[in-house]
Design a protein around this ligand. Structure first.
Ligand code: GRF
Length: 193
């Protein structure tokens, strides 16, 4: 991605729906010297998302979206992002699908993390399907977001070995540890740092 960083960091919004452990790792990363991004806004479609607590803890602005009227929501959201001069979006456990039009407005500037070795196991319940299929490996992927679900260009992946008695929960936990390292690494890669 070619973006001029200048002396300022790239103003980034993180979109979440739940626990926000990836959000937390991104916030921590953003505060390091080597980070090209600063996190200026947290967006959630879920007012009860636990990850929203990080807004208060780290003094970051937050916005909660009411997804009942999708078009209106996205128009509103685009306005908010523009007003706050947001130049980059990191999806981190965000459970809503963004429209083609929205993505067009942030072309090449939206990243997502997915808990599988894409292109395998796109969509929901990846760990469950991986276990059911008796895979030997799974992992996580950071990729650019395009109009097709979990299909944009891959930035980085991390493979993990599936243990003998692996459960959906143990696999999720194991992969999450890797996700927290892979997302920052991928951001560094995107900006060629
Ligand atoms: C992660 O496994 C992420 O890959 C997936 O949803 C989960 C979100 O976890 N898309 P958290 O909210 O970041 O803790």
């Amino acid at each position: 991605m070619v973006l001029s960083i200048g002396s300022n960091k790239i103003r980034t919004a993180v979109f979440i729906s739940g626990t926000g452990s990836n959000l937390k790792s991104l916030i921590k990363f953003s505060k390091t010297k080597k980070s090209p991004i600063s996190i200026e806004l947290i967006i959630s479609n879920n007012s009860k998302a636990k990850g929203l607590d990080y807004a208060k803890k780290y003094n970051i602005k937050k916005k909660i979206l009411n997804y009942k009227k999708k078009n209106l929501i996205e128009e509103n959201l685009l306005d908010i992002l523009k007003t706050k001069n947001i130049n980059m979006i990191c999806l981190a456990g965000f459970m809503k699908i963004l429209s083609k039009n929205f993505i067009k407005n942030f072309k090449g500037k939206i990243l997502n993390i997915h808990p599988s070795l894409l292109p395998k196991y796109k969509g929901l319940n990846a760990h469950k399907r991986v276990i059911a299929n008796k895979e030997k490996y799974s992992g996580c992927t950071v990729h650019f977001v395009n109009a097709r679900l979990d299909s944009g260009k891959i930035i980085l992946q991390k493979k993990v070995k599936i243990s003998k008695n692996e459960t959906e929960a143990s696999l999720a936990k194991k992969i999450l540890v890797e996700e927290h390292k892979l997302y920052p690494k991928s951001i560094i890669k995107v900006f060629n740092l």
